[in-house]
Write a protein that binds this ligand. Structure first.
Ligand code: 3H9
Length: 706
C-alpha cells in the first residue's frame, strides 16, 4: 500500500489538508504537489468556505527536504526544488487559507505558511528560517515575505541568527495571527469559520509593504546586520547573501525580489560552507545509526541517574542530567568534595540566572532534583550509574565492584574515563554487558559531544540505552571503539604535539593559535591546553603511553611549564598569562623559556607562515583520523567529523577534519604528509587508509557512501 503524503477531510465548510510525511513533514517530492492539488480541488467548490493546512505527527512542515537540496550544492546542473508554484497557489487561493502550526515551522515550512492569508499556532510551536545554519539562504520567498510580516529588523535577526522564535514572539511580531489553546485543528477550523464569515478581504502577504520601512530607516539596520553576520559567522557567505535578499525585498517589487532571492540562493548553495554544513547536518543525525544494533532493541527509559564523584566532571554531568529533567543522586566519598561540588553547581546556575538563561524557580527545581550524599544508599533505584572519579584504574575497579553490588539488574553502569580500558573496568563487575563508557567533555553541561565507548562485552541493550540517554541530554552521542584515547583524544594529541614542535622550531604560541583560529578553530591549541590544565594533558599523555620510546621526539616546553608551576588558567599562568578577564596575554617569560629549551636541544629556529602552521597541525589530525577510522574505532568518517565539530571546536562550516581533507584533496594531503614523514620521521607515517584513498582517487565521503 502506498503512503498518502497529503490527505484531506471536510469539517463543516472547512477543508482540512493534512501533510503526513514522517518524520518531520519535509516538503519532499510529492508533498508540494499534493498540497497544491488539494487546494485546487476546492477552488470552485461552493460547499467549502476556507482551507486549513496542518501536519500529522510531531511537527508542522520542518522545511524543504534537505536531501533534495544537497545535490544542488555539488552539481550546478541539479534542479532546484520547485516550491514557488505551491506558494502562488496558497497565496492566490479564492478560499482563505489558515496554516495550523505545531512543533516546528522551519525553512520552507514557514515560507509556505507565510504565503497563506492566516497562521495560527499552539503555544509551544517554534517558527524560523534556519537556512543560514545550513550555509544556504531561504529560497522559497522567505526573505521577501518575512520582512513584510514582521518588519525588516525582526526578519534580519531571525535569518542571520538562524534561531527560531516562540509562538508568543511570532504573535507579537505579526508572523502569526493567533495562539490556539486546546486542540490545534479544532481551533484552526474555528478561526477559519470566523474569517470566512467576515467575508474578507483576506491579507495577501506579498502585496503588503507597510512594514518594509524606508531606505533611511533601513540603512542602519542593514549595517548592523552585516556587522553582526561578519562577527558571528566570519568566513561564511550565507548570512550576508540573506541580508542582500532581504534588502532586495525592501527595494524591489515582490516578483523581482523573489527572482533576486533565487539568484542569491543558488550562489549560497554552491559555496563550500553549504556543502560542509549540509554534510554536518546529516553527519550529526547518522551517529544514532549503529549498523549491527537490531531495530527491535529500544532504549530503556532513564529517569534517575546516580553519579559517583562530585568533581568538575561529576558536577557537570549532574547539571546536564537535571537540566534534562532527570533525577540525580550525586555521591562523593568526602564531605569536602561533595560540598565543593554542590557549591560549584550552585555558582554555575547563579551565572545562568544572571545571564537570563534560567529563572530562579527553574534553578530551584533543578537543585531539588539533585540529592547529594556520601554513600550509595538509593543507587539501587538508578537506571544509569555514571562513575566520574579520578583517572586511576585501581580506584575505578573498586568503584565498579561497588556499583555491581548496589545496582539493580539491567541498570547501565557507565564510566566517564577519557583514557582507561573499558574492558578492564567491566571485568571488575559480574555484568560486563551492562558496562559502557560515557565520555563527557568539559564543561559537561555545555559541550554537546558524548563519546559512547563500546567495550567488547557491551550489550546491544546497553548501547541503545546510552544512545537514548545522549538524546535525552540533548547531546550528540557518537559510538566509538575502546582504544587508547578513543577517537577524539587519540587524534588530538598528535595535533597538540605538532603545535608544540612548531613553537620549539621558532613560532610563538600566539602565532600558532592565531593561525588556527584564522582557519576557524574555536580556540587555538595553546589556549585549550591552558584551559584544560597543562598538568592534566601530561597525565593523559602518560596514561596513553606516549613517548615510551626514548628515541622519539617529545615536547620540551610543556613539562618545563609544569615544573615552573605554570599549569594554565587555574594558576593564572601557562602558555599565556591571565588576568581577571581570563583572556590569554602573551608572556615574554614563556617565549624566553621556549627559546632557551630550543637552544639547549640545538633546534634550528625559523619563521612560520600561517598556512604552514595550519597544514602541520590539521594534517596531523587528519592522518590520525584516517588511522582511527581504519582501526574501526569510528563507524564512519562522518562520525569523526561530528566528534571534532561538537567536541573540539573544529569549524562546522569546514565540515570536520575528514570532510575538509576531502575538499583539499586526499592526494594533496597525502603528498604533504609524506613530505613531513621524510622530514620528521615515524610520527608522520602516512595512515594506510589515507595512502590507499589518495592512490585510488577516493574520498572519506565516498567511503561512507559505499
Ligand atoms: C529549506 O527549507 C530551504 C528552503 O528555504 C528553500 C528551498 C528551495 N529535510 O533532527 P531530527 C530528518 S532548508 C530532510 O533527529 P528532532 C533527519 O535527517 C530546511 N530530512 O529530529 C532525521 O532523519 P533520520 C530548513 C530532514 O525531532 C529525521 O528527520 N529546515 C529534515 O530532533 C529526524 O530529525 C531546517 O533546517 C529536512 N528538512 O528535530 C530544519 N529535517 O531519522 C532541519 C529533519 O533518518 N530540521 N530531517 O536520521 C531540524 O532542525 C530538526 O530535524 C527538527 C526536529 C527541529 C525539525
Amino acid at each position: 500500500m502506498t503512503h498518502t503524503l497529503v490527505r484531506t477531510e471536510t469539517r463543516g465548510q472547512v477543508r482540512v489538508i493534512t501533510v503526513d510525511n514522517p518524520p518531520v513533514n519535509a516538503l519532499s517530492p510529492g508533498v508540494p504537489e499534493g498540497i497544491a492539488a488539494a487546494i485546487d480541488a476546492v477552488q470552485s467548490d461552493p460547499a467549502i468556505a476556507a482551507i486549513v493546512v496542518t501536519a500529522a505527527g510531531r511537527t508542522f512542515v520542518a522545511g524543504a527536504d534537505i536531501t533534495t537540496l544537497e545535490p544542488l550544492a555539488w552539481d550546478p546542473n541539479a534542479p532546484k526544488p520547485e516550491l514557488n508554484s505551491l506558494l502562488a497557489r496558497v497565496e492566490s487561493s479564492t478560499k482563505p487559507v489558515v496554516m495550523a502550526i505545531h512543533g516546528s515551522a522551519l525553512g520552507g515550512g514557514l515560507e509556505m505558511a507565510m504565503a497563506a492569508a492566516y497562521r495560527v499556532a499552539v503555544a509551544g510551536a517554534k517558527l524560523g528560517l534556519p537556512e543560514c545554519a545550513l550555509g544556504i539562504i531561504p529560497g522559497a520567498e522567505g526573505t521577501q515575505r518575512l520582512p513584510r510580516l514582521a518588519g525588516v529588523e525582526k526578519a534580519l535577526n531571525m535569518v542571520v541568527t538562524s534561531r527560531p522564535v516562540t509562538a508568543a514572539d511570532a504573535l507579537a511580531h505579526g508572523i502569526i495571527d493567533e495562539i490556539v489553546e486546546g486542540d490545534l485543528v479544532d481551533g484552526a477550523v474555528r478561526f477559519a469559520d470566523r474569517v470566512a464569515a467576515s467575508g474578507g478581504p483576506h491579507p495577501v502577504t506579498s502585496a503588503r509593504t507597510d512594514k518594509l520601512g524606508t531606505p533611511a530607516v533601513n540603512a542602519p539596520l542593514f549595517d548592523a546586520a552585516r556587522t553582526l553576520a561578519r562577527k558571528v559567522k566570519p568566513q561564511q557567505p550565507a548570512p550576508l547573501l540573506a541580508i542582500d535578499a532581504i534588502e532586495a525585498a525592501t527595494r524591489l517589487p515582490f516578483a523581482e525580489g523573489s527572482k533576486r532571492e533565487t539568484e542569491l540562493f543558488l550562489e549560497a548553495v554552491r559555496t563550500e560552507p553549504a556543502k560542509a554544513l549540509i554534510h554536518v547536518f546529516f553527519a550529526e543525525r547518522a551517529v544514532s545509526k549503529v549498523p549491527d544494533l537490531p531495530k527491535d532493541v529500544t532504549p530503556a527509559p532513564v529517569r534517575k541517574v546516580g553519579i559517583i564523584g562530585a568533581g568538575t566532571m561529576g558536577g557537570g554531568i549532574a547539571m546536564a542530567c537535571t537540566n534534562a529533567g532527570l533525577d540525580v543522586i550525586l555521591q562523593d566519598a568526602s564531605r569536602e568534595g561533595l560540598d565543593r561540588g554542590i557549591d560549584a553547581i550552585r555558582r554555575n546556575y547563579a551565572v545562568s540566572v544572571s545571564r537570563g538563561r534560567f529563572t530562579e524557580e527553574g534553578v530551584a527545581d533543578r537543585m531539588a532534583r539533585i540529592t547529594p550524599q556520601l554513600d550509595l544508599a538509593g543507587f539501587e533505584t538508578a537506571d544509569v550509574i555514571i562513575e566520574a572519579v579520578f583517572e586511576d584504574m585501581a580506584l575505578k575497579e573498586r568503584v565498579f565492584a561497588d556499583m555491581d553490588r548496589v545496582a539493580r539488574p539491567g541498570a547501565v553502569l557507565a564510566t566517564n574515563t577519557s583514557t582507561l580500558d573499558i574492558d578492564r573496568i567491566a571485568a571488575a563487575t559480574s555484568r560486563p554487558g551492562d558496562v559502557v563508557g560515557l565520555h563527557f567533555f568539559s564543561p559537561a553541561n555545555v559541550m554537546r559531544l558524548l563519546e559512547i565507548v563500546r567495550g567488547t562485552g557491551t550489550s546491544h541493550q546497553t548501547l541503545a540505552t546510552a544512545l537514548g540517554l545522549a538524546r535525552t541530554l540533548n547531546k550528540v552521542g557518537v559510538v566509538v571503539g575502546n582504544g587508547p584515547g578513543f577517537v577524539g583524544n587519540r587524534m588530538m594529541f598528535p595535533y597538540m604535539y605538532e603545535t608544540q614542535y612548531m613553537v620549539e622550531e621558532g613560532a610563538t604560541p600566539a602565532e600558532v593559535d592565531a593561525a588556527l583560529t584564522g582557519f576557524g578553530m574555536a580556540m587555538g591549541m595553546f589556549a585549550v591546553d591552558d584551559m584544560a590544565g597543562i598538568d592534566v594533558a601530561i597525565r593523559v599523555q602518560q596514561a596513553l603511553g606516549h613517548f615510551s620510546d626514548p628515541s622519539e621526539r617529545r615536547p620540551l616546553v610543556q613539562p618545563a611549564l609544569v615544573e615552573a608551576g605554570r599549569l594554565g588558567q587555574k594558576t593564572g599562568k601557562g602558555w599565556y598569562q591571565y588576568g581577571d578577564d581570563r583572556k590569554p596575554r602573551v608572556d615574554p617569560e614563556v617565549v624566553a623559556l621556549i627559546r632557551a629549551k630550543a637552544n639547549e636541544a640545538g633546534i634550528p629556529q625559523r619563521a612560520f607562515t600561517p598556512s604552514e602552521i595550519v597544514e602541520r597541525a590539521i594534517y596531523a589530525l587528519i592522518n590520525e583520523g584516517a588511522r582511527a577510522l581504519e582501526l574501526g574505532l569510528a563507524l564512519r568518517a562522518s562520525d569523526i567529523d561530528t566528534i571534532y565539530v561538537n567536541g573540539y571546536g573544529f569549524p562546522a562550516w569546514r565540515g570536520g577534519p575528514l570532510f575538509y581533507a576531502d575538499r583539499v584533496g586526499l592526494a594533496r594531503i597525502h603528498a604533504r604528509v609524506s613530505e613531513f614523514h621524510a622530514q620528521f620521521g615515524a610520527r608522520w607515517t602516512p595512515a594506510p587508509l589515507l595512502e590507499r584513498l589518495a592512490r585510488e582517487g577516493g574520498t572519506f565521503r565516498g567511503l561512507d557512501r559505499q
